[in-house]
Design a protein around this ligand. Structure first.
Ligand SMILES: *[C@@H]1O[C@H](CO)[C@@H](O)[C@H](O)[C@H]1NC(C)=O
Ligand SMILES: *[C@@H]1O[C@H](CO)[C@@H](O)[C@H](O)[C@H]1NC(C)=O
Ligand SMILES: *[C@@H]1O[C@H](CO)[C@@H](O)[C@H](O)[C@H]1NC(C)=O
Ligand SMILES: *[C@@H]1O[C@H](CO)[C@@H](O)[C@H](O)[C@H]1NC(C)=O
Ligand SMILES: *[C@@H]1O[C@H](CO)[C@@H](O)[C@H](O)[C@H]1NC(C)=O
Ligand SMILES: *[C@@H]1O[C@H](CO)[C@@H](O)[C@H](O)[C@H]1NC(C)=O
Ligand SMILES: *[C@@H]1O[C@H](CO)[C@@H](O)[C@H](O)[C@H]1NC(C)=O
Ligand SMILES: *[C@@H]1O[C@H](CO)[C@@H](O)[C@H](O)[C@H]1NC(C)=O
Ligand SMILES: *[C@@H]1O[C@H](CO)[C@@H](O)[C@H](O)[C@H]1NC(C)=O
Ligand SMILES: *[C@@H]1O[C@H](CO)[C@@H](O)[C@H](O)[C@H]1NC(C)=O
Length: 829
């Protein structure tokens, strides 16, 4: 203290006391900002009736009888032979609501499928060697029955030969009379517009997750069920009991004894949860994916930002006690269950007196839970740079150390998923540096919606798992104030979204918040009842494991998700809102045009001529890869979108990128379409034998198989997006080629003729700038010695099939045939 020397020594003693008191006050206030934080009286948590299983009910003694009379058959998987693991879906229309539900289910199970609206033409079912599909789903069974006879026979024949089952749905026609109808071409009878009183899961080998014998009484007055009469050729999979006590099938399996085609026919759509479960079981049975989806389901419940929340909404000591007792109670239904608490230290003791005690009590009991770091405050990671992120993470880490929080796993979550996807590279780096994070989760990849489409990916050594929303994200802690009524959440639990989230995902990571465990403790009710419902209706075994084990399991099950599929972060409003500052969406940084190659076709020359145009720019040269970006399908792809963007200028009408590695790369088309779906593409067509030869070794012939590779691009881009250039023409008349290309790109004309000159010494065209001829380097445009006859014949043989398919392809699409190909065909004719 500067003033101390001027004071009377007798006075310094009390002053020291004063200073000490002030210091105590200062410390007190800075640690506990509001000393007076009286708590409002709290009501005890409201008790809401728990779910009880209708058939474990002691009033239902017949259930045990049922099993003794109908022992469940052993589980067997359908074995189709010689087909790709792909599903053909024939929809009523591409916009059908029910069709959408079917597609969502297939997506969630990650099945490959092709969906088409029903039309006069049947899709091609076979390749030269095998069947394309291992299951056929026809949304509307009537449409199948009314197909042209020829088509139906073809479909049936395919199903029979490859042992491929067919699924279909029949909907009641609302105005039709209640009646019995014989289904065309089979001995199956069905009843239209029925009302059922009970729906029971019948003993069928198809059921795996659905419990055989499980049933529910239906109170509804709905009279639009279709019921089937079974006989020895048909098996009931799901049984409806009508008022008179008769049992008929709601879902029937045609065993294929009559015409050799196995069918599963649904008399109800997927809005009924028992039907939906049956559909799911049927899918697994048909696709034989026992390995991918067993009966185990892992559940993780994160309580994010455990200390964040306004006074009056937070947990108190009693809530913490309930959290602890619920955790041990949940362990009975979920093996090893633990809550994961994500902490933001800055908000510790930030409530009223009771709530502060709650925080302390939680920390006193910290070893009972698994802890993981959030940020120090509820920081939005995307707004900050590495230095700042590192600082706040360290602050949070010091808090954890002081409070002795056991942070046992290298797992972390970012507030609002900022920085995880779209990737904020600096956050990934800070996480790794401070916490050695190797696993996180997000709802945002590839997009928030549809939730069934969420996936995982690995980037920069961090495993990102998909995360689910449990529907608790509202603004109440009270049952009675739940928006749209608490029935909404009950519905979600009892056969709705929450229930299916667990069924459809091998690992479910739920996000909840501290407040969800305070007052009425809505989260505890939700999960208690979700687990009860699952136990009642399914054979699922619920388990908990660490996020690290979950990440290993996830990417073992879905190895194809390890490499992310980057999307344009500027086209999803949710993503735009959480972009790192290094990505500015008002600046154009993605190419409009890709010159795909293939290699050694003159693509470098094409690029260099195109760059003459003042409205065209290309990427800055990338060292180590012939100046090419080589992003799609290559190692650089793993560097991420920000890296890719960093290669391009922000001012230009057309930005192009030329990487000759793209054309024949099997991953490039999908990756390019995901990031730049509207890009235009240029493919150079060159005599493949010539090309192979100029690529020094005959081994590198893959790029010459034009149609084979084009097919892959055309799965993701339309033909209108592709421009074909004849390599000979490019060599001989570059000005003409460039003028055409410029038009196609909607660019103003450019006098290429004044800037492209033939170099006599080089023997090819070069750029002519500032009165100087600028030619490409030594390796370009090289002349090769004449090919010897033997080699030529060998190459001709290799390419003859590809030649003719390219010719057919160009002809069919009314595209210009390059001269070398015309020649070939003329010679052969
Ligand atoms: C619901 O079940 C939980 C867990 O067994 C129990 O603690 C709670 O008291 C039950 N609620 C009611 C209203 O019975
Ligand atoms: C279901 O209905 C049957 C009669 O059809 C009745 O005996 C049984 O008690 C009902 N079960 C439940 C859980 O309501
Ligand atoms: C399917 O299996 C049967 C019997 O093993 C065989 O005869 C048939 O050729 C197979 N079909 C195909 C398409 O592989
Ligand atoms: C499913 O069927 C029910 C009853 O027939 C109907 O009310 C509902 O609109 C259908 N839902 C879809 C998505 O088709
Ligand atoms: C990082 O951000 C902080 C404040 O947010 C700023 O002071 C610092 O200069 C930034 N560092 C770098 C390297 O940009
Ligand atoms: C960081 O995590 C990796 C595994 O992801 C582990 O091999 C390494 O030892 C850890 N490093 C530290 C310093 O804990
Ligand atoms: C759950 O937590 C969120 C976020 O803190 C909060 O807004 C919401 O009110 C809580 N919902 C319930 C049902 O407790
Ligand atoms: C993005 O770029 C535009 C145009 O260059 C600029 O005006 C704007 O300030 C930038 N936005 C940010 C957040 O840097
Ligand atoms: C382009 O980027 C540069 C450097 O980042 C910046 O200074 C300039 O404002 C940007 N121009 C536009 C139009 O965004
Ligand atoms: C196929 O194309 C190569 C290269 O143009 C040509 O040399 C060859 O004659 C063609 N072969 C056939 C059988 O068309």
């Amino acid at each position: 203290m500067i003033i101390t020397p001027y004071l009377n020594p007798r006075l310094t003693r009390p002053l020291k006391w004063l200073a000490a008191i002030l210091l105590v006050y200062f410390l007190y206030f800075s640690t506990f900002p509001l000393s007076q934080k009286p708590s409002k009286p709290r009501k005890p948590a409201k008790q809401v009736k728990n779910y009880t299983c209708p058939f474990e009910n002691p009033e239902n003694p017949s259930f045990a009888d049922y099993f003794s009379k109908n022992p469940p058959k052993s589980l067997e998987f359908h074995k189709n032979n010689g087909t790709d693991q792909k599903i053909l879906v024939i929809l009523d229309s591409m916009f059908s609501r029910h069709g959408k539900a079917i597609i969502q289910m297939l997506n969630s199970q990650k099945f490959a499928f092709k969906a088409e609206a029903v039309s006069k033409n049947l899709p091609v079912l076979t390749t030269s060697r095998k069947g394309r599909y291992s299951l056929i789903i026809i949304e509307n069974y009537y449409k199948y029955l009314n197909m042209a006879r020829w088509n139906r026979q073809l479909l049936d024949k395919y199903c029979k030969e490859y042992r491929v089952p067919m699924f279909s749905f029949i909907a009641s026609k609302p105005n039709d009379q209640l009646k019995r109808i014989k289904i065309k071409g089979s001995s199956l009878w069905m009843w239209q517009n029925q009302r059922i009183q009970r729906l029971t899961v019948s003993p069928s080998p198809i059921h795996k997750i659905s419990k055989i014998g499980s049933f529910r009484n239906l109170s509804s007055e709905e009279s639009d069920w279709i019921l089937f009469e079974t006989s020895e050729n048909f098996e009931s999979i799901l049984t409806g009991t009508v008022k008179s006590g008769y049992e008929r099938a709601v879902v029937v399996r045609d065993l294929g004894r009559e015409d050799g085609v196995e069918r599963v026919i649904f008399g109800r759509n997927l809005t009924d949860f028992q039907v939906k479960m049956t559909f799911l079981d049927s899918l697994w049975w048909a696709m034989g994916t026992e390995k991918t989806f067993g009966l185990e389901r892992f559940v993780q419940i994160d309580i994010d930002d455990i200390f964040v929340g306004a006074a009056g909404t937070r947990i108190v000591e009693e809530d913490v006690n309930r959290l602890i007792s619920s955790q041990s109670h949940f362990q009975k239904s979920v093996e090893n269950f633990k809550f994961l608490l994500g902490f933001s230290g800055s908000y510790f003791r930030n409530g009223d007196d009771l709530e502060d005690r709650g925080d302390e009590f939680l920390v006193e009991n910290s070893e009972k839970f698994v802890w993981f770091p959030h940020m120090w405050r509820h920081n939005h990671a995307h707004e900050h740079n590495f230095t700042y992120l590192e600082a706040i993470m360290i602050q949070n880490k010091i808090f954890a150390q002081n409070m002795h929080l056991p942070v046992d796993y290298p797992y972390a979550i970012a507030p609002q998923h900022d920085g995880v996807f779209p990737v904020h590279e600096q956050m990934f780096e800070a996480w790794k540096k401070v916490w050695n994070v190797s696993v996180t989760a997000t709802e945002e990849y590839p997009h928030f919606k549809p939730s069934t489409g969420r996936k995982g990916f690995i980037h920069s050594g961090i495993h990102v798992l998909p995360r689910q929303t449990c529907g608790l994200y509202t603004h109440t802690q009270l049952f009675d104030e739940y928006p749209d009524g608490f029935d909404k959440i009950i519905h979600s639990i009892q056969g709705g979204d929450l229930f299916f989230t667990i069924l459809l995902n091998p690992i479910s990571i739920f996000m909840t918040h501290q407040q969800n465990y305070s007052h009425d403790r809505l989260a505890l009710y939700t999960f208690e009842n979700l687990f009860r419902f699952l136990k009642c209706w399914t054979n699922i075994q619920l388990k908990w494991q660490s996020p690290i084990e979950s990440a290993n399991l996830y990417f073992q099950k879905f190895p194809e998700e390890r490499i992310p599929l980057w999307t344009n972060p500027c086209t999803d409003p949710r993503h735009q809102a959480i972009l790192p500052p290094s990505i500015n969406c008002t600046q154009k940084k993605l190419p409009d045009l890709l010159i795909l190659g293939p290699q050694k076709t003159g693509s470098t020359a094409l690029g260099s001529f195109l760059s003459l145009h003042p409205d065209v720019s290309q990427n800055s040269p990338v060292p180590g890869s012939f100046e090419e970006v080589q992003f799609f399908g290559g190692k650089n792809y793993l560097k991420g979108v920000e890296w890719y963007m960093s290669n391009f200028p922000n001012e230009s009408t057309v930005i192009y990128e030329k990487s000759a590695t793209y054309f024949d790369n099997p991953s490039a088309p999908k990756q390019a379409a995901s990031l730049i779906p509207h890009a235009k593409l240029v493919v150079i067509l060159q005599n493949p034998a010539q090309r192979a030869y100029s690529w020094f070794q005959v081994r590198c012939i893959s790029g010459g198989r034009y149609v084979h590779h084009l097919d892959k691009w055309l799965e993701h881009f339309s033909l209108q997006q592709i421009q074909f250039i004849d390599s000979d023409e490019l060599k001989e008349q570059p000005v003409k080629v460039l003028t055409t290309l410029t038009k196609w790109l909607d660019l103003p004309d450019y006098p290429y003729e004044s800037h492209i000159r033939f170099s006599k010494s080089k023997g090819y065209f070069c750029r002519f700038i500032d009165e100087k001829t600028k030619c490409l380097g030594e390796s370009k445009g090289r002349k090769y010695p004449e090919m010897d006859e033997e080699l030529r014949m060998k190459l001709d043989k290799i390419f003859s099939l590809d030649n003719s398919s390219l010719y057919k392809f160009l002809k069919k699409n009314r595209l210009r045939i390059p001269k070398w190909l015309e020649d070939v065909v003329r010679v052969r004719a």
